[in-house]
Design a protein around this ligand. Structure first.
Ligand code: TRP
Length: 372
């Protein structure tokens, strides 16, 4: 039971500890200490007070989101996405704090920063625009050291410059050809397909990836099918199955929150993406979290994955009944590629707020208004 007088740090760290148990990670202390460091002073504020920064990490502005990634062989990873926040004054100050925190983490976990150094300046101008500057994600697996990722904002110099910025960042990383490949598949509809994230794996193993995300506004399955066209290791029937189960209907067009595509590339091999992922904003497609969980479980059954793993993880973060809100399960994603395919379920902390369910009655009203 989460008590209101906890600090934000206590609230999210309690969730993280429970998630570690749910996923079978023996060591919760390392994850908790990393989350504490990433949150910084903001973590000491009580969630009952308004947030000093409107974090885009989650709908209720909590700067932390958890996710459970499950490979097709059933092995899980626990992940968290965190936005370092300074004093609430803006992205410029947040970026400064983010770099300080990364330096501390790099020293503690021996993180190579060469690729980060190569590109961060592009995404961190003196007058940044957009809703965020840098986010970090940390990935925990059984019997392995944590892995770190940084997310940059392609719109940091204005949305119209996002394509040029992403192309330049890719070029600096030796991936010149990658941009055209993403553009031709996923960024084909002006205004409606937008470059939203640029992510770097922060480790020096050979599979260190650069990942480009495109949001698809007002899009249906055809946009997704075009996006996956020719990506090695992608099974179109799997994509359709995922789309119909999570979206609820193969013909569903997403006119509210966008779906996203991401492509990852490995340095030195710009001509083929080594992974494609599709993200569906399930929270926008269901009446409540009970329905969202049911769809994800149906998908897991199809894949022969362990329902109780997800049930335990949901219980770890959520003290309320699933039908009493929507947005706990923010996204579901399908990841496909030659080496590792799987699904990922994004779990909101809801430290600040729970979104009310869309009741049948309200849906009916919205529909009749839409028909006017
Ligand atoms: N909340 C943001 C969004 O919905 C960022 C985000 C958090 C996100 N987790 C995500 C985006 C998972 C895509 C997939 O865009």
């Amino acid at each position: 039971m989460i008590v209101r007088s906890l600090s934000l740090r206590e609230h999210v760290c309690a969730q993280l500890r429970s998630l570690c148990v749910a996923v079978g990670l023996a060591d919760a202390e390392t994850p908790v200490s990393i989350l504490t460091l990433l949150l910084g002073a903001v973590g000491e504020r009580p969630p009952a007070e308004p947030p000093i920064w409107a974090s885009h990490v989650s709908d209720d502005l909590t700067p932390v989101e958890f996710s459970l990634a499950i490979d097709e062989d059933g092995s899980p990873a626990l992940r968290m996405l965190v936005e370092p926040i300074a004093d609430g004054s803006g992205v410029l100050a947040n970026n400064r704090v983010a770099r300080r925190v990364l330096a501390a983490l790099a020293e503690r976990y021996d993180i190579p920063l060469d690729k980060f150094e190569e590109v961060w300046g592009l995404f961190a101008p003196g007058e940044p625009s957009g809703r965020f500057g840098m986010w970090f994600s940390v990935i925990f697996r059984r019997d392995a050291a944590p892995d770190f990722k940084v997310y940059f904002n392609p719109s940091a110099r204005g949305e119209e410059r996002a394509p040029a910025l992403v192309a330049e960042a890719l070029a600096r990383l030796g991936l010149d050809a990658a941009y055209g490949l993403v553009r031709d598949r996923a960024a084909t509809r002006p205004e409606l397909d937008r470059l939203t994230f640029f992510a770097l794996d922060l480790h020096s193993r050979s599979e260190a990836r650069v990942k480009i995300y495109v949001s698809h506004y007002d899009a249906g399955l055809a946009t997704v099918e075009r996006a996956v066209d020719g990506v090695p290791g992608v099974a179109l029937d799997r994509v359709r199955e995922f789309y119909s189960i999570i979206g609820g209907d193969l013909d569903r067009r997403l006119t509210g929150l966008p779906s996203l595509s991401s492509y990852s590339f490995v340095t030195g091999n710009p001509d083929v993406p080594n992974n494609y992922s599709l993200y569906l904003p399930i929270r926008d497609l269901v009446p409540d979290d009970e329905a969202a969980a049911e769809r994800v479980m149906t998908l897991m059954d199809q894949w022969g994955l362990d329902r109780p793993l997800l049930e335990r993880s949901i219980e770890a973060v959520c003290a309320r009944r699933l039908e009493d809100g929507v947005g706990l399960i923010a996204y579901a994603s399908l990841r496909m590629g030659p080496d590792r395919s799987g699904i990922t379920v994004y779990l909101s902390s809801e430290a600040y707020a729970t979104m009310p369910p869309r009741s049948g009655a309200r849906t009916a009203v919205q529909l009749s208004q839409a028909n006017l």
